[in-house]
Write a protein that binds this ligand. Structure first.
Ligand code: DAH
Length: 343
């Protein structure tokens, strides 16, 4: 009989070690511990059939076995509970070693990128960045800039009239007046922003585009300052080797006025069939001049005491030149393939 019990103990131990699931646990209980059918409780029923002198030691032995089986059962139960919790935790806590979800990162728009580059050049020269409204008063957009109601320049800058004396600004120049009224000289600002014209969209026109205005007002500002500033700026933007030339021109808000050209950044003037300069070797890049005394006055500044220079450039055009684009509308089609290439 003791041999049988040793054998049974081994069975109990083996079965306990194999418990993996709640079903295994249940089976273990039924097989060894169940009061009705379990092997160990069944052994107790045998006690009365044994010779009296064996009863006590046998009883002791099976009691030990029952305690062992019960404690193995408890341990297995604990182990399963632990596994269950680990399993739940595993499901609840994201695995930090898994690769993350990637959202495609945007990038700076080509227009903004060129605008930032230009802004940085002027910030290095001590300029401030000024801002003004896109829905502008007719007065600031035209009259205060020395463009009276019947001036032909108003025709050239036909725009979207909002009514009540307001319009979508045709250039960033009205911010000159706003800045002069707000600040005291010395004034040294650039004004990046959107402007509007009533133009049909074609490869060189869009009804909305970007400009950057520049304005310097102080005592003793001369054309020499304008020239040196724009030369420094254009060489910083297009490269030291870039040629810069000034041609006399006309703007109502400057006197004298100039148009400024750079040597062709594509062919350098060497290709008579160049698609960018058409063989001319020069490309018009901006308008500039000495601020007209009437404009200083409209800004509340005494032209007897102060003088200034101003300039205005088209950001889209510079973006096209720098990137070799032949259609300005590329900037506004929101085509990912184009924008990806411009990164
Ligand atoms: N406002 C002009 C335009 O949109 C550009 C311009 C020319 C601005 C000469 C200036 C300037 O400040 O001095 O065509």
């Amino acid at each position: 009989m003791p041999d049988d019990i040793d054998e049974l103990q081994r069975k109990v131990e083996e079965a306990a070690a194999k418990i993996e699931t709640p079903q295994d646990l249940q089976r273990f209980k039924e097989e060894f511990l169940s009061r009705k059918r379990g092997i160990i409780p069944g052994l107790f029923k045998k006690i009365p059939t044994l010779p009296p002198q064996e009863r006590s030691s046998f009883g002791k032995r099976i009691n030990e076995l029952r305690e062992l089986a019960e404690s193995l059962f408890k341990k297995a139960e604990e182990r399963l509970k632990g596994n269950l919790w680990r399993e739940r935790l595993r499901k609840a806590i994201p695995d930090p070693t898994l690769p993350g979800y990637f959202k495609p990162l945007g990038s700076v728009h080509p227009i903004s990128e060129v605008s930032h580059t230009i802004e940085e050049i002027f910030l290095r020269m001590g300029y401030d960045i000024e801002d003004g409204p896109e829905v502008e008063m007719e007065y600031f957009n035209f009259d205060a800039l020395n463009i009276p109601p019947h001036h032909p320049a108003r025709q050239e800058q036909d725009t979207f009239f909002v009514g009540g004396g307001y319009l979508l600004r045709t250039h960033t120049s009205p911010v000159q007046i706003r800045a002069m009224r707000k600040r005291k000289p010395p004034i040294r600002i650039i004004v990046p922003g959107r402007v509007y014209r009533r133009d049909e969209a074609d490869p060189t026109h869009t009804p909305m585009f970007y400009q950057i205005e520049g304005l310097v007002v102080d005592r003793g500002i001369s054309f020499a300052h304008l020239k040196a500033t724009l030369e420094t700026f254009l060489k910083a933007l297009f490269g030291e080797e870039t040629g810069v030339r000034f041609r006399p021109s006309y703007f109502p808000f400057t006197e004298p006025s100039a148009e400024v050209d750079i040597s062709c950044p594509v062919c350098g003037g060497k290709d008579p069939n160049c698609s960018v300069c058409g063989g001319a070797g020069w490309i018009e890049i901006l308008g500039a001049g000495m601020v007209h005394p009437e404009v200083l006055r409209a800004g509340g500044i005494d032209p007897e005491e102060y003088s200034g220079f101003a300039f205005g450039l088209g950001v889209d055009r510079i973006s096209m030149l720098k990137r070799g684009l032949t259609d300005i509308r590329n900037h506004y089609w929101n085509r990912m393939d184009f924008l990806e290439q411009m990164k």
